[in-house]
Design a binder for this molecule. Sequence first.
Ligand code: ASN
Length: 322
Amino acid sequence: MKRVLVLHTGGTISMTQGDSGGVGLSDKHPLGDKFLPLPKNIELVTEEIFNLPSPHITPKEMLILKERIEQAESQDFVGVVITHGTDTLEETAYFLELTLKNHLAMVLTGAMRSSNEIGSDGLYNFRQAIITASHESARDKGVLVVMNDEIHEARFVTKTHTTSVDTFRAPTFGPIGILSKNKPIFLKDVKEEEAYSIRTVEGTIPIVKAYAGMDGTLFHLLSETEIDGVIIEALGAGNLPPEVLPSLEKLLEKGVPVALVSRCSNGIAEDIYSYVGGGVELKRMGVMFVRGITGPKARLRLLVGLNAKLNKESLKHYMTEI
Ligand SMILES: NC(=O)C[C@H](N)C(=O)O
């Protein structure tokens, strides 16, 4: 028997549409009553660890999930399926990727249409996630996201559409696999993450998005506030308007770790441009260039690095060598 642990956390996959059209959480999990066609050798053990819309999920819930999955390794499970709201699914997936060291197959899934909407994708995604988590080829691949018959690694997957069922993509690198009707087919290897098994998630790390005509106001406000780090979603390959520089400098002088990603949804941030505010100058000032992940994921990475108590050099290495 292959035992798979199912952890329901809420989100649209746990929701139903009411008579007035609004979609909301239900007390009883709507997938519980549905017929789920699965191979006979799979046994599910189900826990409703939370029942939250995913905008209510914080790193504290992510930490609780991580601790539950750590226990699962000694409980004779081959894999874990986590159902989750799609708004922050990629963040929970990445947090688990950064903090778990184990050999289980770990799969997150969700739905874009609630359980009683026409063409609901919840039951189907749930089944495909279970098929993946029970398959030996999914072990040692880190945390995976299975939606719409695609398999993505936690690092690069992101929600790209507000409502479409084809929303989870990895714009620069693509999916690492697909699902046939009955099994996962992996097409690429996954780079192993350095996992830090942190026990706390303390720290205030805001994300600041750059825009044409931006001035130093936001960085000035941040330099007057108690914060533990900042993530900048910079322009293009990794540049900022020149007016930002004096207040950014002040923040860096205070010793606040500042990391930068691109606000573009495709490509990686690099120090290419040598004009004022260009990447070359930002890197020289001490801004850490984070490659290929989104701002919210860079934020979680910095949070994990800080809670792992990495020193300045190790933190820089951790943030820039992805
Ligand atoms: N499709 C979804 O799950 C979206 C929902 N707002 C959530 O993240 O909880």
